[in-house]
Design a protein around this ligand. Structure first.
Ligand code: FAD
Length: 498
């Protein structure tokens, strides 16, 4: 039996995959598409994570889609509201009927002769193996493993008699009221879960090996509120979005150019929210520069409020061993704990774990170079969404989807079927993600690279990318071909439009 065929196959029905489908429906209405989703629900991250307090840490005017105004007054929103927004988008734009749930894409094989991908998926509800073909493969599979969060090996953990929880697999029935809780970690999840659990726990200790930059921001955006009162929803959203984009770019540039100034500002801001005499340098002054790792946002300073009220505390130390009743630290101090939350991070995973072949040859991701941060050198008719690391993910996701639609229209207009990025002629390559966070460093050698200049460089700059992706040329660094030209013909750089 012939496999199902669609023009575009989207992998993933999270924030990006649903957005990609909407862009495709609006900007390329003639194209057929399907969405493969490994889970049984829409929403990805915003459906998976259910720990107390789960929320965004970027503002929703930039984490929301360009085409659908975020109208909730909360600028920093809880997981339920974001999940509802993604689902409502899928319903409103008629994406739901294109989604095939419980389909995990495993492998995709490109064939230049037919200019098609053959995609193999497995259904975890029926146990069936499914095969589809498509003209363009568009992965929107996020950036981490869904089945397993990252947990380092803790000595003595097998002795621990309390409850051990990873935030990625939160047990819905966990009752921590009146209990002593230790949260291991200092990233976005730890700073979210600590004040949320402190509302009901006897006490919550955030145990960190080293500090992170933490900044308090208002959960409501007064500028956006005022814009909403005076302007129609779309205009108010656009104004709030550009205000936040501009502030974000300015903050990032200042952090890169004058890290000392930003460090001092962040220290002073934290100090101002903590009780006098608090050891800010030990607990809130990292050794690295701002934006070497993502800044952690705490809405309305909720973490600082919990610390000031004595409901939570921070300990900066290393774990010597778990004991039966808690954790012994290198300093000799013991932290008794009924519940330990390992907010120790994610395991990065590229392309949702899919493997790719091009005309029978296996693609080694680490040897590819990312083109405009969204295609791979030597891999025809393939696009992927990887959001910004220094701004909201969706800003980039929207641009990638729009660019894919531009490419599809260009292929049709020029009577070509294949587009292949050509590797840049340089050895000056760097990791695709330039953060120094542990989860990035653990996986960076398995990921594609980036080059020294456009279109191979990720500038992590939305206004610049708007020019490049919405209005820039489509023909730089790629080759366009008719079906039948083998991908191996497309190996040299130079921006051919054959
Ligand atoms: C706790 C947490 C908080 C975050 N907060 C923010 C924030 O405030 N701001 C921000 O910009 N970013 C944030 N991020 C990053 C966040 O992941 C993105 O904002 C966004 O949700 C990513 O959307 P996505 O659709 O690309 O990926 P995901 O949300 O990860 O969705 C990917 C989807 O693809 C599916 N999938 C994966 N592999 C396959 C496969 N092989 N076959 C079929 N389906 C597959 C998954 O099941 C999932 O549904 C946060 C991340 C986490 C973990």
């Amino acid at each position: 039996m012939a496999a199902d065929h669609v023009d575009v196959l989207i992998v993933g029905a999270g924030l990006s995959g649903i957005g990609a489908a909407v862009h495709l429906g609006r900007e390329c209405p003639g194209k057929t598409y399907a969405v493969l989703e490994a889970r049984g629900a829409i929403g990805g991250t915003w459906d998976l994570f259910r720990y107390p307090g789960i929320r965004s840490d970027s503002d929703m005017y930039t984490l929301g889609y360009s085409f659908k105004p975020w109208t909730d007054p909360k600028a920093i929103a809880d997981g339920d509201s974001i999940r509802a927004y993604v689902r409502q988008t899928a319903r409103e734009y008629d994406v739901e009927r294109h989604i095939r749930f419980h389909h995990r894409a495993l492998r995709a094989e490109w064939d230049s002769a037919t200019a098609r991908w053959t995609v193999h998926a497995h259904r975890d509800d029926t146990g069936e193996d499914v095969t589809l073909t498509c003209g363009l493969l568009f992965t929107n599979s996020g950036y981490y493993r869904y089945d397993e969060g990252y947990t380092p090996r803790f000595p003595g953990v097998e002795r621990y008699a309390g409850t051990l929880v990873h935030p990625q697999h939160w047990p819905g029935d966990l009752d921590y009221a009146g209990k002593r809780v230790v949260v291991i970690g200092s990233g976005a999840t730890a700073v979210t879960v600590v004040p949320a659990m402190a509302e009901r726990a006897a006490h919550v200790t955030m145990l960190q090996r080293s500090p992170t930059y933490v900044i308090a921001l208002p959960s409501r955006d007064r500028f956006a509120d005022a814009a909403r009162r005076r302007l129609p929803p779309k205009a108010a959203y656009a104004v709030a979005r550009w205000k936040n984009v501009t502030l974000g770019v300015a903050n990032f540039q200042l952090s890169r150019r004058a890290p000392g100034v930003v460090k001092r500002f962040l220290r002073r801001a934290a100090k101002g929210r903590l009780p006098s005499g608090y050891d800010v340098d030990r607990h809130f002054s990292p050794r690295y520069d701002p934006w070497d790792q993502r800044l952690c946002v705490v809405p309305d300073g909720d973490l600082f409020a919990a610390l000031s009220a004595g409901r939570a505390s921070v300990v900066t130390d290393t774990i010597d061993t778990f004991t039966e009743h808690g954790i012994r630290l290198a300093s000799g101090e013991e932290l008794p704990a009924d519940v330990v939350v390992t907010a120790t991070g994610l395991n990065l995973l590229a392309l949702g774990g899919m493997t790719l072949t091009v005309d029978g040859a296996e693609v080694d991701l680490a040897s590819t170079v990312a083109y405009k941060g969204m295609m791979l050198s030597g891999v025809p008719n393939f696009a992927m969404t990887i959001g910004y690391t220094n701004a909201s993910w969706t800003l980039k996701a929207d641009l990638v989807a729009t660019y894919v639609c531009r490419l599809l229209r260009h292929l049709d207009d020029t009577g070509r079927q294949i587009v292949t990025p050509l590797a840049p002629d340089t050895d000056d390559l760097e990791p695709i993600i330039d953060l120094k966070s542990g989860y990035v460093l653990r996986a960076v050698d398995q990921l594609p690279k980036q080059g020294p200049h456009a279109p191979w460089r990720l500038h992590q700059n939305y206004p610049r990318d708007v020019r490049l992706m919405r209005h820039g040329p489509l023909t730089d660094g790629v080759r366009f071909d008719r079906a039948g030209v083998p991908a191996t013909a497309a190996t040299t750089s130079g921006g051919t439009d054959a």
